[in-house]
Design a protein around this ligand. Structure first.
Ligand code: NAG
Ligand code: NAG
Ligand code: NAG
Ligand code: NAG
Ligand code: NAG
Ligand code: NAG
Ligand code: ZN
Length: 426
């Protein structure tokens, strides 16, 4: 690798070593990597992101954006270190390993080793159990700090959270994972719920989420066995977030509802902050899973929506029939959409708000091995204007649906909302 084996095993990378490492990688692989800070922590530490790919500095039409975020709980440290290993593995495999070469040629991979550098530094020594270092400098739990789709989240948004929210707004992320410790399981959205759902908070894309979580657990050395920690068991090493325990303001629900990005939460170690000499083994246990999971960004269907002059149309609603998102997924500034779907037949509905919809039936093959989702473009020959910007309010959208359905005089608007809700919670 980029640095010697012994150096890896000797100790954790604290702030200075982490920065030196990332800058060293970028200096050694300048055309394959892009290093930038998306903001600063409360104590002023940079929130570093290394983007990797054939075009690391900017988005390219058709190339999906992927991200890994670790250490948002400062005392959960395994993810922070194995992402540094992953970076080393990716850069040194490019042009040597054909699979990694194709992966980097066709994917832009963003890696944020720590979202809570202050919490990490506040955790003085390895400790398997909960410490104050979990929180940011203001004592806030960053994985309870995002707007929540079900509840008013009254926590004040922290600088680390705001930086990630801005970053999500900036990039067309399609798939991601956030890395934690203290358990061994892949957990998927939703984490919160409204109404009575009998212990399972199902999203319209539940089948895709189960596939994503299993991709990780079955490619991990032992997660799929479901033994968990402390006699906790998780069949096949996966769980619905809410079924495990409900939480408000989590990052994965935020990504899915407002970021148009499917995110799962990976709990990678029973011990939150294990001794440094175990890190090499954690990397080996997770290596295949980390790579296979990134490949899933090529599931499903993608394409561009253009008007009669061939210009891209932003903010077109593009969704698969039967899977409406509470905040409808829309095309980005380049008129692009990406929908993660399992192989099968789907009707894709593209709607320019104010104009009619266009429906196309697609047969999605199992093509993640091809490093490209199925391509399906839409051309609106009668449209020659750019639709205006649209966004969803950061309010509890599912609660709004419930209130709407409880109204006494249903209007057409409310009937549509009810239909959405019935499908979402069936
Ligand atoms: C990856 O991209 C590089 C640079 O454009 C190109 O030379 C190489 O042939 C590509 N490799 C594969 C396997 O696609
Ligand atoms: C959060 O704020 C909302 C609106 O201001 C309020 O109705 C709700 O009771 C608050 N919840 C908590 C837990 O403080
Ligand atoms: C968002 O993009 C703009 C323009 O490229 C850039 O200046 C800014 O730093 C980015 N912010 C984040 C949080 O990524
Ligand atoms: C297509 O999507 C639009 C916007 O979400 C919706 O109003 C319309 O009913 C959908 N059409 C069909 C046939 O599902
Ligand atoms: C993969 O790509 C090749 C070449 O473009 C194509 O022939 C093949 O059908 C694709 N396979 C799948 C499963 O999409
Ligand atoms: C409606 C509902 O059950 N919301 C829950 C979301 O999560 C928070 C934190 O656990 C609960 O307090 C809410 O009741
Ligand atoms: Zn955690």
């Amino acid at each position: 690798g980029f640095f010697s084996r012994t150096w890896w095993a000797s100790s954790y990378h604290h702030t200075e070593e982490l920065e030196a490492y990332l800058k060293g990688v970028h200096a050694a692989y300048p055309s394959l990597t892009h290093l930038h800070s998306i903001g600063r922590s409360v104590e002023g530490r940079d929130l570093w992101v290394l983007a990797l790919g054939r075009f690391p500095t900017h988005h390219k039409i058709g190339i999906p954006e992927f991200k890994y975020v670790a250490n948002m709980h400062g005392d959960e440290t395994v993810g922070r270190e194995i992402l540094l290993h992953l970076i080393d593995f990716l850069v040194t495999s490019y042009r040597r390993d054909p699979v990694i070469t194709r992966l980097l040629n066709n994917t832009r991979i963003h890696i944020m080793p720590t979202m809570n550098p202050d919490g990490f530094e506040a955790t003085k020594v390895p400790d398997c159990y909960y410490t104050r270092g979990r929180y940011n400098k203001n004592g806030e739990d960053l994985n309870r700090n995002f707007p929540d789709a079900f509840e008013n989240n009254n926590a004040s948004i922290q600088p680390e959270t705001q930086a990630v929210m801005n970053w999500i707004k900036n990039e067309t992320f399609v798939l991601s994972a956030n890395l934690h410790g203290g358990a061994l399981v892949a957990s998927y959205t939703f984490d919160n719920v409204t109404g009575s759902l009998k212990g399972y908070s199902r999203s319209p894309d539940d089948d895709v989420f189960i596939h994503l979580a299993k991709t990780y657990s079955f490619n991990h050395a032992s997660m799929y066995k479901g033994m968990g920690c402390d006699r906790q068991t998780f069949p096949e090493g996966i769980t619905n977030g809410y079924s495990w325990y409900q939480l408000e303001g989590g990052m994965q629900d935020y990504n899915y509802v407002w970021g148009q990005c499917f995110e799962i939460t990976l709990e990678l170690s029973c011990c939150k902050y294990p001794p440094a000499d175990q890190l090499e083994k954690f990397w080996r246990d997770n290596k295949a899973a980390l790579i296979e999971y990134i490949k899933q960004v090529h599931l499903g269907v993608k394409g561009q929506v253009t008007d009669r002059n061939g210009n891209p149309i932003p903010n077109v609603i593009v969704e698969a029939k039967g899977r409406p998102h509470v905040c409808p997924y829309r095309t980005n500034e380049h008129g692009e959409y990406f929908l993660l779907l399992l192989p099968g037949t789907y009707v894709i509905n593209a709607t320019v708000p104010g104009f009619k919809s266009m429906l196309k039936t697609v047969e999605i093959p199992d093509n993640t091995g091809n490093f490209s989702a199925l391509k399906q473009d839409f051309s609106f020959s009668e449209v020659s204007i750019r639709s205006r910007a649209a966004s969803c309010p950061k309010t509890p959208l599912y609660q709004d649906l419930e209130l709407a359905s409880a109204a006494t005089k249903p209007t057409l608007h409310i009937l549509v909302l009810m239909t959405v809700m019935l499908v979402a919670f069936k």
